[in-house]
Write a protein that binds this ligand. Structure first.
Ligand code: 5AD
Length: 349
């Protein structure tokens, strides 16, 4: 048996490897190793969740952002980006449609938009939880103070997604302007966990300047932080950013990272992301076969979807659209999976 396979087995047993071994794994895996790893990850997914794939209704409620991340199409310096903001009523309408379709988790995502003060956010959170008390509410609205996070939690928010983007400080500095630091991101993540959120971190695969050693740092961080959710997708260039001409991350390396995370955290909630679906028409299915167990269809009003362009060609039609849930269900059934009507909470395994 090859060395890479041995490393995969060791990772499954011990749930982590030293940095050097992780780096070798990420650098030297062959398609045959990939198949073996996916089999192990798929098996762990089934042990943890059976044949169930959880869905989340994603509501992208504001495309305004005060940050200037070099990779993101919503960065404040992108004067070509079309900005919009949904009203509370429009957001509640999205939830109403979603609930009817069978969603029991709503994800409120936006750029870092100061218009949504804590007061407005808390009122919105409380309104959603009052009308749909059987639903989980996830926030994905960026870096805030600990007091703000606490206020949203007290208003009823259950989960929070804040990708760490890269756990390597030098690499973080390559992807962000100087006023955004890895230290601040990490402090936010620690606060979220302490407050009691089901917390999600995550990273892009193939972002400019990323090497296998940086990816190894992401995996080490994930093992140490023990998040309840991990969002992983390929980097995809956006034409109005400084990274317009950089290469995208690959399907293979993204799937490889998903599967490694499933081995590190067998019970983690792990989406097959929109970005993966964007670079591969079967990204969803491939993600699930590499250990992913969550899909996040888009519940935003259709006229704003094209304005929430984090990267070029971001998909929002077809099975990506919440209103086409029946098609998504059929595709999942075709690979032996079911979509339950459930909040799909984290359970410790
Ligand atoms: N390619 C892929 N993912 C991106 N994101 C932002 N810009 C891009 C891009 N160009 C991801 C970031 C962010 C999430 C909302 O979207 O990881 O946390």
């Amino acid at each position: 048996m090859g060395y890479i396979r041995e490393l995969i087995q060791q990772l499954e047993e011990e749930r982590i490897l030293p940095r050097k071994e992780l780096t070798v794994l990420l650098e030297e895996h062959t398609p045959e190793d990939d198949r073996y790893l996916y089999e192990r990850a798929d098996r762990l997914r089934r042990l943890s969740f059976g044949n169930q794939i959880y869905i989340r209704g994603l509501i992208e409620f504001s495309s305004y952002c005060k940050n200037d991340c070099l990779y993101c199409g919503l960065r404040r310096s992108n004067s070509h980006a079309e900005r919009y903001r949904l009203t509370s009523e429009e957001i509640l309408d999205c939830c109403r449609v979603g609930y009817q379709l069978g969603f029991r988790t709503f994800v409120l995502q936006s750029g870092e938009d100061g218009w949504y003060t804590d007061r407005r956010m808390c009122d919105l959170i409380a309104a959603i939880k009052q009308e749909w008390p059987d639903c989980a509410l996830t926030l994905s609205i960026g870096e805030k103070s600990r007091d703000s996070y606490q206020a949203y939690f007290d208003a009823g928010a259950d989960r929070y997604l804040l990708r760490h983007e890269t756990a390597n400080a030098c690499h973080y500095a390559r992807l962000h302007p100087p006023e955004q630091t890895l230290a601040s991101r990490m402090e936010c993540l620690r606060s979220l966990k302490e407050i009691g959120y089901q917390t999600g971190c995550g990273f892009m695969v193939g972002s400019p300047g990323q090497t296998a050693a940086e990816l190894a740092d992401d995996l080490l961080f994930i093992h140490e932080f023990q998040p309840e959710m991990v969002g992983i997708g390929p980097f995809i260039p956006h034409h109005d950013t400084p990274f317009a001409h950089e290469a995208a991350g690959t399907v293979e390396q993204t799937l490889f990272c998903l599967a490694l995370v499933r081995l590190i955290l067998p019970g983690v909630l792990l989406p097959a992301t929109t970005a993966l679906g964007t670079i591969d028409p079967f990204g969803r299915e491939k993600g699930i076969h590499a250990g992913a167990n969550v899909i996040m269809p888009n519940l935003s009003p259709s006229d704003v979807r094209r304005k929430y362009m984090l990267y070029d060609n971001k998909i929002s039609a077809g099975d990506e659209a919440a209103e086409n849930l029946a098609d998504l269900k059929a595709r999942m059934e075709a690979i032996g999976c079911q979509i339950p009507v459930s909040r799909g909470d984290y359970r410790k395994i």
